[in-house]
Write a protein of this length. Structure first.
Length: 392
């Protein structure tokens, strides 16, 4: 079902080879073939290095809960019906009565030899039991689950062992557009599945998660590969496979991963505190794109416009007003809303930070003491599963 996307990747490679061969005096068929073989060897190296770290997850969910399709805030059971054809679908799990599907599968990966596994939250959402199968054939019941629904990140724990081989985080901020990556998973415990692609864009994505920006990639994220790693050609984790968006429920759409820098920060928060502490400012903002920058007579992407200030919020107490333009936060230039949100939420609650605003064309420096953002209803961490068992 994913031939079309694979053909796209194969087609790109074929065009690359043909272009090199057609260069004539500039190159030769042997050199083009050598370049293609070099890329193939790079993929093989990633597969060999990553395979021992990939785990297969079988999740038994609570009765009456399962997965469905998400579109425009609504759940629809049959996105392939005539009425729904052509809609822009995002594969997201939300509650659904589905007694015929008591279990589902996903992927994860080891991040240390102490038995810590990273996966996507939606893979283990509503879990009553999570069964972990390692590359070596060992089987465990996850003995603890820590989750952060807002970033779609979750942590599982299995007993430590010397033969556990972790993957290491890369720096997702350093990814370049067009850089090769590989989406990896093992959803059915039948072997590791790799799909290559490139980074299409960064810091974008559908507004499915409130506190996440995404890496968009042409690497196909098959059903069941959610929770597996997105790797660069050095074998480093640069993302967690999370969702795809498409019009036909086959693998020809847009694929997204949670950036590794987000996953690394969330993992640290969960392991240190059992939850993620996020800070907030208490403002409504509008990005200064080309349209709005012309209206306010400022350079495009030179900050964000404050369109509303919440009463008694940190920015209200700091003296920031509606109509101000926030141009700098804690030494970081403010370029986009997601850029600002990322810096704010990772600021330790209670810290006072310096911000720069533009008011009536005049730059001002102010100090803001951020506070923790507490949701009206916190998602409870599922209780630990029974003691781990090893069926190796």
């Amino acid at each position: 079902m994913f031939q079309r996307s694979n053909f796209c990747v194969a087609g790109a490679l074929w065009c690359l080879i043909c272009g090199a061969m057609a260069a004539g005096a500039e190159g030769s068929a042997p050199s083009a073939a050598a370049a293609a073989k070099g890329l193939s060897k790079a993929f093989q190296h990633v597969a060999e290095a990553a395979s021992p770290s990939i785990v297969s997850l079988e999740v038994r969910v609570k009765p009456g809960l399962g997965w469905t399709w998400w579109q425009g805030g609504s759940a629809v059971n049959d996105p392939l019906s005539n009425a729904n054809r052509g809609a822009d679908w995002i594969r997201r799990p939300i509650p659904q009565i589905d007694a015929s599907q008591p279990t589902h599968v996903g992927s994860g990966f080891l991040i240390d030899n102490r038995g810590t596994i990273l996966t996507a939250f939606h893979v283990v959402e509503h879990a009553e039991e999570v069964r972990v199968r390692t590359h070596e054939g060992h089987e465990f019941l996850a003995k603890a689950i820590l989750t952060d629904p807002q970033s779609d990140v979750a942590i599982l724990r299995i007993p430590p062992a010397d033969d556990l081989k972790p993957l290491h985080f890369g720096n997702s901020e350093k990814l370049e557009l067009g850089e090769w990556v590989v989406a990896v998973g093992n959803p059915y415990n039948t072997g590791v599945i790799l799909t290559p692609g490139i980074i299409s864009t960064k810091g974008k994505g559908p507004a499915v998660l409130e506190h996440a920006d995404f890496l968009e990639t042409t690497a196909v994220i098959n059903l069941g590969n959610s929770g597996g790693p997105l790797l660069n050609l050095d074998g480093e984790v640069v993302g967690i496979n999370t969702l795809f968006q498409n019009p036909s429920r086959v693998y020809d759409g847009i694929h997204f991963a949670v950036p590794s820098n987000t996953a690394k920060w969330v993992t640290s928060e969960l392991l240190d505190h059992g939850k993620v502490h996020r800070s907030f400012l208490g403002v409504n903002i509008q990005e200064l794109d080309f349209k709005y920058s012309r209206q306010h007579k400022v350079a495009p992407w030179s900050g964000v416009l404050i369109t509303g200030v919440h009463a008694n919020s940190p920015v209200d107490e700091a003296g920031i007003h509606e109509g101000d333009i926030l141009v700098e936060y804690d030494g970081h230039r403010v370029l986009t809303a997601r850029n600002l949100q990322r810096h704010v939420e990772r600021t330790p609650p209670g810290k006072s930070v310096e911000v720069a605003i533009s008011r009536n064309g005049q730059r001002q420096q102010l100090s803001v003491k951020v506070r923790e953002h507490v949701l009206p209803t916190e998602t409870a961490i599922p209780k630990a599963a029974p003691p781990a068992e090893n069926k190796s």
